[in-house]
Design a protein around this ligand. Structure first.
Ligand SMILES: NC(=O)c1ccc[n+]([C@@H]2O[C@H](COP(=O)([O-])OP(=O)(O)OC[C@H]3O[C@@H](n4cnc5c(N)ncnc54)[C@H](O)[C@@H]3O)[C@@H](O)[C@H]2O)c1
Ligand SMILES: O=P(O)(O)OC[C@H](O)CO
Length: 323
């Protein structure tokens, strides 16, 4: 199974390295010419995954058309750009493994729903879980959810992608796997705010637990399964991303908690903090589904410029309720 990767950011590059184990050929599409040149010329991605010696069997291209000979495509462009890149790719019936974590602004669609609109004949799988790209690229032990309704395809993908330090757990719940990854990014911003504002570890633990309650309410309302939400792609990723400044979303929250404006924190960054884009559309999608998501609403308010103290006070002064 020849693997193509759409997206030459940190995660696309780390996944290309996973797929290139044993010298298997991998073709990676990157948007930036300097990334293509760096991978093909020096076997590294100096812009997005510096310091990692990439397998020489990874070749990069700036042409989405060049991916047409691949047997499966890992889709690792940021969620807001998946529609555009897939529209330019001759996907046909090639299986798509979705690795981006987010909800599309405007349509309120999960990435898998977007992919289905653009490439209706392509079978869909989702690969998601607690995965800092640099750790995966370094071969550190990592476990993820691989969700796909087609059991045969799931098995073939798992056999192709799994490795001694990259463990895949099978699921048939594509929606649940997607929702965990999308929602945890928003909650990670909230946990970063707690850190940046010096609110303490009790508050962070409370946010993780109450945030997980939000994720579960929303996930169940959208048709996800509880066991997926408590698994690697939900709770597992939430715990990782809510506890480390290695997370871009958590780091964004730290800045917000320190009182820095969102525009300044998001301006001219080359890397993506998906939660900033997912938060407002998640708030809308939650309202549509009649789901209460106060932590998400608080993150939205902070991104829109509200004062940290006001937002925290509003969260804490909500009426008491049953857990
Ligand atoms: N980095 C990680 O550790 C990690 C782990 C798991 C999942 N993810 C997810 O993978 C996805 C990609 O993140 P990343 O960390 O690889 O990216 P990154 O932050 O390293 O790099 C940004 C990426 O965005 C791309 N990009 C910017 N504008 C674009 C446009 N208009 N069209 C297409 N692409 C554009 C860039 O080419 C680059 O590949 C995100 O959804 C992220 O949540 C990341
Ligand atoms: O750096 P973040 O916050 O985008 O998190 C990266 C991964 O999603 C962690 O699983």
């Amino acid at each position: 199974m020849k693997i193509g990767v759409i997206g030459g950011g940190a995660w696309g590059t780390a996944l290309a390295q996973v797929a290139a184990r044993g010298g298997a050929p991998v073709l990676l599409w990157a948007r930036e010419p300097d990334v293509v040149a760096s991978i093909n010329g020096a076997n590294q991605n100096a812009a997005f995954l510096p310091g990692v010696a990439l397998s020489p069997s990874i070749r990069a291209t700036g042409s989405l058309g060049a991916l047409s000979g691949c047997d499966a495509l890992l889709v690792v462009a940021p969620a807001q750009h998946v529609r555009a890149v897939l529209a330019e790719t001759a996907v046909g019936a090639t299986p798509l493994v979705l690795c981006a974590k987010g909800i599309e602004a405007g349509t309120k669609l999960l990435v898998g729903e977007v992919a289905h609109q653009v490439a209706p004949r392509a079978p869909i799988a989702v690969l998601s879980g607690p995965t800092f790209a640099h750790e995966v690229a370094a071969g550190k032990p990592t476990a993820v959810t691989l969700a796909c309704e087609d059991e045969d395809l799931r098995t073939r993908l798992a056999e192709r992608l799994a490795g001694p330090a990259f463990r895949l757990y099978a699921s048939g719940d594509v929606t649940g796997a997607e929702i965990g990854g999308a929602v945890k990014n928003v909650l990670a911003i909230a946990c970063g705010v707690v850190e940046g504002a010096g609110l303490g570890l009790n508050a962070r633990a409370a946010l993780i637990a109450r945030g997980f309650a939000e994720m579960t309410r929303f996930g169940l309302a959208r048709g996800g399964q509880a066991e997926t939400l408590t698994g690697l792609s939900g709770l597992g990723d939430l715990v990782l991303t809510c506890s480390s400044t290695n997370s871009r979303n958590f780091s964004l929250g730290v800045g917000l908690g320190q009182g820095r404006p969102a525009a300044e924190l998001l301006g001219d960054r080359r890397t993506v903090a998906e939660g900033a884009f997912t938060a407002p559309v998640l708030r809308e999608a939650a309202a549509d589904a009649g789901v209460d998501m106060p932590v998400t609403a608080a993150v939205c308010a902070l991104l829109e410029g509200a004062d940290v103290r006001d937002v925290v006070e509003a969260l804490l002064s909500r009426p008491m309720k049953a857990e």
